[in-house]
Structure formats: C-alpha cells, structure tokens
Design a protein around this ligand. Structure first.
Ligand code: ADP
Ligand code: GLC
Length: 490
C-alpha cells in the first residue's frame, strides 16, 4: 500500500477565509479534493484582519517563532483550523499583526496595493518554512501558488542552511497569473538572505536590474504548472502571454503542466444556492426566469427588459479582463436591444469610464463597483449571457460556474476559456467565442448570441448543454496527485 502523501499547499488567498479572485477559489476547493483522495493536507495562508477566528472556529496555537528578513527578526504565530469532515485536512494561518492582522490581502481599503507587499509575502513564505519545523511536519511536496510564495523553491534548491530539515521536499509552482511576478527594486535584496551569486546579471533572481521572485521560482521549482492546457501552450510560445518569461520557461527544459481548474459545486449550484430567489436545476430550468425578474428589480434595470438578453460580467476591473475592449464596444452594444449588468472592482479609471456610460443609459446599464459575493450568485442565476472578453485568461472560473446556472458564456478564445467553451453551431456547443481580441469581433459575437437567443428552443439547448457538463474538481485533483507522485518518484 502506498503511504499517505503529505502535501503543503501554500497560498496568499484561501476561500472562505480570504479571496480576491480565482486563486482563493482554487485554494479553497482543490486541497479538500486532495484530502478526499487520501492525501494529508496542510494549507498555509496569512491571517488577514478580515478573518474573524470565531466565525470559522479557528484555534490559537502555542507556537511562536521568528523569521529572519535581512537583519530583522520578525515574530510570528500560528493558528489552526481543522476540517470537521476530513481529519487529514487542516489550515494553518501565519499570524503577524503588523504585516497581516491589520491589513487586507493585497490592497488597502481604497484599493491601493500595499507598498511592502513583496516583503509581506516573503515573510509569509519563510514563515511557512519555519512552521514545518516548529510543527515537526515535513511535507513530501510543497505546492506553491503564484509569485507570493515563489521563493520557497529557491530556498530549497539553494540548500539554504536555515532550512536544511526540508531540503528533500519537492516543490511544484503553479502559475495562476504569470503577469504578476512580485518584481521589486534591487535595494530590497538583503531581505532575501540569499547568496549574491543569485543576483548577478542574468542570475535566477535578477531581472533587468531588479529582483524577480517568480522567475527564480520557475527556475528552481521541481515542476511548473498552470491552470489550463491551452494557457500552458500560450506561455511556452508567446512572449506577450508569458509576460516576458517565455525564454525563462524554455531554459528550464521542464514541461509546463496545464491542469484545468474546477468548480466547487458545494458553493455554486442553482439547486442549493442560498443567495438566489428561486432554486432550479436542469429539470426546472424555466424557474431561472424568477431569478432574472428579481435581479432586474434588485439592481434597478427596467422590468421591460425581462424578455431581452441580459449580459453580465463579474470581474476584477483590470486590463487582463478585457475592460478596455468592453469600454470601446459599449456604445455600439447599447444600441442593441439588450441590458448589461457589471459587478466589478478595480482600477479607478475604468470605474470612471463605466460610470459615465451608466449615467447615459439608466435602466439598461447598471454597474456595481464592489466586491459582493451574494450579488455574484444572483447574477449567475439571473442573467442570460456571461461575458468574458479577457485579453488573456489562464483558466477562468466564472465561465464554468455560468454553465451550471444555465447562463451562456460569451468569451474571447484564449487560455482556459478556449478549453471550456465550445462554440454553438446550431446543433451542439455551450457558448460563444470570438477569436480576435477586438471590439468588432466582440460585437459580432454578441450579435450572433442575441440572434440565437431569439430562438427559444435553440437557447434552451445551449443552456442545458452547459448545465449538464461536469467541471468538478475531482478530475483535476487526480491529475495533481499524479504530478506529485511523479515528483516524489524522481
Ligand atoms: P481571476 O482570478 O483572474 O479574477 P477567475 O474567473 O478565476 O478570475 O475567478 C474570479 C473569482 O472572483 C470568481 O469566483 C468570481 O466570482 C469572483 N469575483 C470577481 N470579482 C468579484 C466581485 N466584484 N464580487 C464578487 N466576486 C467577484
Ligand atoms: C488567476 C487567473 C484566472 C484563474 C485563477 C485561478 O487569477 O487570472 O484565469 O482562473 O487565477 O487559477
């Protein structure tokens, strides 16, 4: 019998404790699925101010330790959440009032990112390594996610003496978003306590005179993955889509694994969703209409639009998500007989442009600038078309959620969107895709979708095709297990 594999899953966001985007969703769902498959799982994440211990039954622990950053010794604590369902699954929170307890995840309450984020997440990464020591729990695999913990493989591969107890552990670095690399000016170098030969020109940590943790993580991790097969190809082939790291990826000689994300159906299922007006399923899909009526009412879109297509987005308002394309297309989209609802928060310039449109089209265009989980559920249940004009999308979770709610995705054909959305051809398919990243192509695709929408039978078939699909985490978790095992056997 194979022994229980020990996996440490290190992530800056973990739903339901913290979440900014899909990373939180992944870190909230994948470890549970790995625990179901029999792995012994420890998730490690910072304890932000927004995490209320009593809401989640998080227990204090007696462990305290110091983390060295440069010449500073920073004191940290640990608290713990034990899964009630799975004895082999727990979450450890890194406690430090100044760096985490008094702050949000990446940004302050005005949406401005903290200027010491690189230091905060370096502290987090090294605190995770210290935690293994004080807990006397040495994982077989450390699964690192994104730039925030990309230095962990660097300390291990570099045989940093402080961490000799964990030199034999293997590392996987998953790239959820390669464009965020955690780059910081060279004057921060001493915080890393790494030998200078890692920072000479062209050395692993060096990047055009600055420090690039993600680049070094890619070079030093035992394996690298991203969150869809198509995006794995894209970052290997395109300088633009790899945000400049194509050559670095190639130089490792390692494969880039592409493992598709899943959906947590215990959270996202219109049959059991606690936030929506009327539950429905494949068999009672006509009841989706009640959710549309309630949604229009809640957000203040004219009820006269109830039989017209309602297009929605739930998104971070950043360039990646195609917001400039949307803004370019909006005037022409609103000339069509449809309504648009956007829930998003992000860059103030985008918020200003979108507000100006919303003022001109009251009753047909509504924008909610906030982060609102209950509303995001109501939107999934109440709208007809879910728009994702992303310039690039490593995976995207919301299009897969939309399927389950009978909401038809209309997406730019890129990354995980290309892997999950199949163009409706009159007989089969589950959504609409446009190939070129252009406002004209986006509008063309919307025209195609509203034409099909006017044929109730066809529309119903597209909806049912999406609802019948299974994007649960089980398959992906099995692929991660195979990958972990292959690293251990190496
Ligand atoms: P990304 O991680 O790039 O933002 P994903 O599609 O993988 O994109 O995941 C986004 C997640 O964040 C989804 O669960 C989505 O519902 C959620 N989300 C994004 N913006 C908001 C918002 N303004 N309010 C509520 N949830 C949001
Ligand atoms: C990133 C990507 C998104 C992906 C998510 C979770 O934020 O932008 O496409 O779904 O990570 O992997």
């Amino acid at each position: 019998m194979q022994s229980r594999i020990k996996i440490a899953f290190v992530s800056a966001e973990v739903y339901p404790f913290s979440k900014v985007g899909g990373l939180g969703d992944v870190a909230g769902a994948l470890p549970t699925e790995l625990a179901v498959l029999g792995a012994e799982i420890m998730v490690i994440t910072p304890c932000y101010g927004s995490i209320n211990h009593s809401d989640f039954d998080i227990q204090e622990s007696p462990y305290r330790f110091t983390v060295k950053l440069g010449n500073e010794a920073i004191e940290c604590g640990l608290s713990r959440w034990q899964s009630p369902e799975h004895p082999n699954f727990r979450v450890y929170f890194i406690e430090n009032e100044h760096y985490f307890g008094s702050r949000g995840v990446y940004n302050d309450h005005k949406g401005i990112s903290y200027d010491d984020n690189v230091k905060r997440f370096l502290l987090f990464s090294r605190a995770a390594l210290e935690a293994f020591k004080v807990l006397n729990w040495i994982p077989d695999i450390i699964h690192c996610n994104d730039n925030h913990c990309a230095t962990i493989p660097v300390y291990l591969k570099n045989r940093s003496v402080d961490y000799s107890y964990i030199w034999n552990t293997k590392t996987l670095l998953t790239l959820h978003n390669i464009a965020y690399q955690g780059i910081v000016k060279m004057d921060q170098w001493e915080l890393f306590n790494l030998p200078d030969d890692l920072f000479y020109p062209t050395a692993p940590m060096e990047w055009y005179g600055q420090i690039n943790p993600l680049k070094a993580g890619i070079l030093m991790a035992d394996a690298v993955s991203t969150v869809s097969p198509t995006h794995a190809e894209e970052i290997r082939k395109s300088q633009e889509l790899s945000a400049g790291l194509k050559g670095v990826l190639a130089s490792t000689g390692k494969a880039v694994w592409g493992i598709l994300n899943g959906v947590d159906y215990s959270e996202w299922d219109p049959q059991t969703d606690i936030y929506i007006t009327k539950p429905y399923s494949l068999k009672t899909v006509a009841d989706k209409r009640f959710n549309k009526i309630a949604l229009l009412n809640d957000v203040g879109i004219d009820q006269a639009m109830v039989n017209k297509p309602l297009i929605s987005m739930v998104t971070r308002l950043v360039e990646q998500k195609g917001i400039p394309l949307l803004i370019e297309a909006l005037e022409r989209l609103l000339a069509l007989d449809l309504a648009i609802l956007i829930l998003g928060s992000g860059e103030p310039d985008y918020e200003r442009s979108l507000s100006a449109f919303a003022e001109r089209f009251p009753g047909r265009l509504k924008i909610d600038f906030g982060y609102n989980n209950p509303l995001s559920h109501k939107i999934m249940a109440g709208c007809d078309i879910f728009l994702m004009p992303s310039r690039y999308e490593p995976c995207g979770i919301t299009q897969m959620v939309a399927f389950k709610y009978g909401t038809v995705p209309l997406v730019h054909q890129t990354g995980g969107l290309a892997d999950t959305v199949v163009r409706w051809d009159g007989q089969s398919g589950n959504g609409f895709l446009f190939e070129l990243y252009s406002a004209d192509d986006l509008i063309q695709s919307v025209l195609e979708a509203i034409f099909v929408y006017s044929d109730k039978n066809q529309w119903r078939r597209i909806m049912l095709n999406g609802m019948a699909a299974d994007f649960s985490w089980q398959q992906s978790a099995k692929q991660y297990m195979e990958l972990y095992r292959s690293l251990i056997d190496k």
